[in-house]
Ligand binder design. Structure first.
Ligand SMILES: Cc1cc2nc3c(=O)[nH]c(=O)nc-3n(C[C@H](O)[C@H](O)[C@H](O)COP(=O)(O)O)c2cc1C
Length: 261
């Protein structure tokens, strides 16, 4: 279990915990794995607060941050105000969302504030928003920064190299993995169709060996993601050539998670 990747990142075993909950991130890092804080929906100010809290808990042990930073930004709709964007949400969608909650015995309440909250994501993926999130992340003693979708921008790769922070990227096909390696990414996370969050449709069992083979000889380690929740599954992924496991869903039910029951 104590692979080259573990030595490089300073962890005891190659188990990576993607979570939006800082307590999960700190608990896994303190246990000898690596917590990776999912921050795509967080303002730079919130990110600063959360990472400072994690720093205080882990006391120098390695953890990571996961962002969604676009490789290029076309500024589509940049001139629209938040109110104009919210006004574009169709009434049919609003009725659907309220009815869905009611069908399951949940109080729909006022969904408008929740929709307004989500607009932070739009800011984060703008050129300026992405730069601010990266500034915050790189001002903390992170060991890994992962990009959830597509090739990381050059700036992210260069800052990673300059500060000795490994840059990771999630992929759903072998072709994506080859492109990421050519771009200079340090760690590939091969996320099968079973994975929570957005991925391709190839299952983990098929994708992991395919990605391992596609980038063999590059020296870039592959982490397996998607449907992994037990030690047996982690060992199976490693038997297929993965350097470790990257899990998300399994942490949602832990005592440390803030997930609504
Ligand atoms: C609720 C939830 C939200 C997620 N959001 C992101 C995200 O913002 N960025 C990202 O890189 N991956 C995200 N993921 C995917 C995880 O990084 C990981 O690849 C996935 O959870 C692994 O599969 P598993 O859920 O079967 O363990 C999310 C996963 C879950 C469960």
């Amino acid at each position: 279990m104590n692979s080259d990747l573990c030595k490089r990142l300073g962890i005891e075993f190659p188990l990576f915990a993607f979570s939006h909950c800082r307590d999960v991130v700190a608990a896994v890092t303190n246990a000898g794995g690596m917590g990776v804080f999912g921050a795509a929906m967080m303002s730079p100010e919130e990110l600063e607060e959360e990472l400072s809290w994690i720093d205080a808990q882990v006391k120098g042990k390695p953890y990571g941050v996961d962002l969604i930073v676009p490789n290029k930004f076309e500024a589509k709709g940049e001139d629209l105000s938040d109110a104009e964007i919210l006004a574009m949400v169709p009434e049919g969608h609003k009725d659907f969302a309220s009815a869905l909650l009611q069908q399951h015995g949940l109080e729909p309440g006022d969904l408008e504030p929740a929709r307004a909250d989500r607009l932070v994501f739009r800011k984060n993926i703008s050129a300026e928003g992405a730069r601010r999130s990266l500034d915050v992340a790189f001002s903390h003693p992170i060991a890994l920064i992962a990009n959830a979708l597509g090739l990381p921008p050059q700036d992210m790769l260069e800052r990673g190299k300059a500060q000795g922070v490994a840059v990771g990227a999630l992929v759903g096909t072998a072709q994506h993995a080859r492109a990421q390696v050519a771009a200079g990414v340090d760690v590939i996370i091969a996320a099968g169709g079973e994975a929570g969050g957005h991925t391709g449709e190839v299952s983990t069992m098929v994708l992991v060996p395919e990605v391992v083979q596609a980038i063999a000889g590059s020296g870039v380690p592959v982490l397996a993601a998607g449907g992994i929740a037990t030690g047996g599954q982690m060992a199976a992924a490693m038997a297929m050539g993965a350097a470790g496991a990257w899990c998300g869903s399994v942490w949602l039910t832990t005592a440390e998670a803030e997930t609504n029951p």
